[in-house]
Ligand binder design. Structure first.
Ligand code: NGQ
Ligand code: ZN
Length: 451
């Protein structure tokens, strides 16, 4: 396949009149300043797809269902109860249907790989299914159907709080000991074996859900693949960690564990300067989920200082309450602006584009966190590509980094035209090619769930 585009954001910056050849899913040649050949598929603007480093796909099915005030003060913790209630009856078919919709929407917004932080493992009674990894199979089937790249992160979850408290009833479907987690992990690896370019990492859910020994055991099972953990998202969580151990969550983790570039710290919202520097030094990626963090009332990560110090970050759609790749980047910048009453806080210098710096950062950090480092559009890289609707009047007179700034700050998913993953076009004219079947199955699943 060959694509020709008027403007392309290659690994070394913007080029015009670019022809990209794709062979067996990878970019095999790039020429710029050339005329289109008759067989080239023509596009206006071409960019690399973004990695979505943190998703709980099933939560897409409860978007909008937790926005009604309760009796007392609503919080992350009351949202979590609503979420536990939502998963009470979800079965593998329902999981597959919701995940397929979420992944189709991710592709439509410009995400080409997802890190699925997967913890809904067992049956409604809390007993494992006969096929222990059947839920992982449902996730793999959704990735297969939509074509999104999958980094599956089976979650180890054993406790309800710091120090190893017994899990609650709402958590029964997540729970494993180390031995059963090992078999689940094998099952997850089998489940993705048939997918194109999938991989399996591990995810100790949080310091609330795994003891120190369990954390060490689970991290060792990654064998070089990514290790993801939720950390320091909520202040009550930080306070409970201090009450239990005398240390803050990130501080505790770095004291006890070798945290390196294979780690992704999801949220890391509430950190001190010392913790921030420790994360930067370790080369770990911080997984920021600005839309979910806003929706859940988590707080603000000190992104400006972290990025200035050379910290690595990526973005995730987490609860999937809204799925839009560039909206995550926009809110990441806007959080800093609202907090610091400034502008262009995540740009990398005078005259430099904020949008391009956000995009570049999330591409590199997200790829690292998902075990698929990427420098964008370059020979040898997978053909994970996004074309924008260059004919939209909104893009008139825009070129170079201004395109990224315009897409990120004034546009969004509606400006996405086509999306290819591993050289296969999965989205055409803004719509996933298998949308009709995916939508029908999703409607069915919702009907059953709310029957
Ligand atoms: C999750 N989500 O695992 O889905 C969590 C809620 C928890 C976020 N942290 C459960 N955003 O952290 O206990
Ligand atoms: Zn999460």
């Amino acid at each position: 396949m060959t694509l020709w585009c008027e403007q392309a954001w290659l690994a070394d910056g913007w080029h015009e009149n670019v022809r990209i050849s794709v062979d067996r899913g990878r970019i095999s040649a790039i020429e710029s300043g050339v005329h289109p050949a008759p067989t080239d598929e023509r596009h206006a603007i071409l960019l690399p797809g973004l990695p979505n480093l943190h998703s709980h796909a099933f939560q897409r099915g409860m978007a909008g269902l937790a926005e009604r005030a309760g009796d007392g003060d609503d919080s992350f913790w009351t949202w979590r109860e609503a979420m536990y209630h939502f998963v009470d009856r979800l079965d593998p078919d329902g999981m597959r249907a919701i995940a397929a919709l979420a992944y189709a929407e991710m592709l439509e917004s410009g995400f080409t790989r997802v890190g699925e932080f997967h913890y809904l493992h067992h049956g409604v009674d809390g007993q494992p299914y006969n096929e222990v990894a059947i839920m992982a199979q449902a996730i793999a089937a959704a990735a297969d159907e939509t074509g999104i790249g999958l980094t599956l992160l089976p979650v180890f979850y054993a406790h309800s709080g710091f120090g190893g408290g017994a899990p609650t009833h709402g958590q029964r479907r997540f729970i494993n000991d180390i031995a059963r987690f090992q078999s689940l992990l094998h099952g997850a690896r089998d489940a993705v074996a048939g997918l194109d370019d999938a991989l399996v990492g591990v995810a100790p859910h949080s310091l609330r859900a795994a003891t120190a020994d369990e954390l060490t055991a689970v991290a060792a099972m990654a064998k070089g693949a990514p290790v993801h953990i939720h950390i320091a998202e909520q202040m009550p969580e930080v306070e409970a960690c201090i009450a239990w151990s005398g240390a803050r969550p990130v501080e505790w983790l770095y004291d006890r564990t070798e945290v390196g570039p294979d780690w992704c710290l999801v949220h890391a919202t509430h950190i001190t300067e010392a913790e921030r520097r420790a994360i930067v030094r370790s080369g770990a990626v911080v997984g920021l989920c600005p839309i979910t963090e806003a929706n859940l009332g988590d707080g603000l990560f000190p992104a400006r200082a972290f990025v200035e110090e050379g910290g690595r970050f990526g973005v995730g759609s987490d609860s999937n309450v809204e799925i839009d790749a560039v909206a995550e980047l926009r809110l990441l910048e806007y959080g800093q602006r609202l907090d610091q009453r400034g502008r262009n806080l995540l740009s990398d210098g005078a005259g430099r584009s904020t949008g391009a710096n956000l995009f570049r950062g999330a591409l590199a950090g997200g790829g690292q966190a998902l075990g698929r480092p990427s420098c964008g559009i370059a020979v040898g890289e997978p053909a994970d590509l996004v074309s924008l609707k260059g004919a939209d009047p909104y893009f008139a007179g825009r070129s170079g980094d201004t395109i990224l700034d315009s897409w990120i700050f004034g546009g969004g998913a509606r400006l996405v035209d086509c999306v290819w993953r591993s050289g296969v076009k999965q989205v055409a004219d803004g719509r996933h090619v298998r949308r009709a079947a995916i939508d029908a199955r999703y409607r069915d699943a919702m009907r059953k769930l709310f029957a």
